[in-house]
Design a binder for this molecule. Structure first.
Ligand code: FES
Length: 178
C-alpha cells in the first residue's frame, strides 16, 4: 500500500485531469511485465507513459504509479524531481529548452534565450525556472548540455533539435510554431 504524498509536491500544479483509460492501464501492465524479476524497474517507463498522456506528472500520477508497482509514493516522486525531463506542471504546447552550458553560453545562448523570451511575451524572471505564456502556447527554460557543443547555441523545441540558433533563427522558430 502506498503512503499519500505529504511533502515535496509544492511545485506541482495539482492533480492531473483526464481519464486513465483501459488502454493506458493495459499499456502500463505490459511495461511492467517486461521486468519479471523486479517490477519496480518499470517506474521510469511508467513515468514516461504518464507524462506523454497527461503532459506532466503531478500527485495523481505519482500515486497511480506507486500503487501499480507497490512502492511508496515518495520513491516515485524522488525520480520525478531528480530527472529534469520529467515535469511537475504543465508546459506550453511549444516547449523550448536553451542550452546554457559553456560552449553554448560562449556562443550566445543568453541572447538567444532573451530573444525567445521577448518573442513569446514571457515576463517572468528567468531565474524562476520554466516560464509559461498566459495562453499556454509557449514555455521556455534553460537546459544543461544538449550534446551538440560544436554547433552552439543549441535549442530544443519539443522533440526537434536546432543548432546555431542566433536571434534571427530564434524568431524564425517562434514564427514556425503554428
Ligand atoms: S554546451 Fe550546449 S550543447 Fe553542449
Amino acid at each position: 500500500m502506498s503512503v499519500p504524498l505529504q511533502a515535496g509536491t509544492e511545485n506541482c500544479a495539482g492533480p492531473e485531469t483526464g481519464e486513465i483509460t483501459p488502454a493506458m492501464d493495459q499499456q502500463a501492465d505490459e511495461l511492467i511485465a517486461r521486468y519479471p524479476v523486479s517490477s519496480r524497474s518499470a517506474v521510469l517507463p511508467l513515468l514516461h507513459l504518464w507524462q506523454e498522456t497527461f503532459g506532466y506528472i503531478g500527485p495523481r500520477g505519482v500515486e497511480w504509479i506507486a500503487e501499480k508497482l507497490s512502492l511508496q509514493a515518495i520513491q516515485v516522486l524522488e525520480l520525478v524531481t531528480f530527472y529534469p525531463w520529467f515535469r511537475q506542471r504543465p508546459y506550453g504546447r511549444f516547449h523550448f529548452r536553451v542550452c546554457r552550458t559553456l560552449s553554448c553560453a560562449l556562443g550566445g545562448s543568453g541572447k538567444t534565450f532573451a530573444a525567445l523570451q521577448k518573442l513569446m511575451g514571457l515576463k517572468a524572471d528567468v531565474h524562476e525556472g520554466t516560464m509559461v505564456s498566459e495562453d499556454g502556447r509557449f514555455s521556455l527554460e534553460y537546459s544543461e548540455c544538449l550534446a551538440s557543443c560544436g554547433t552552439a547555441p543549441v535549442v530544443l523545441c519539443n522533440d526537434d533539435f536546432h543548432e546555431k540558433v542566433d536571434e534571427k533563427r530564434a524568431a524564425e522558430l517562434v514564427a514556425g510554431c503554428k
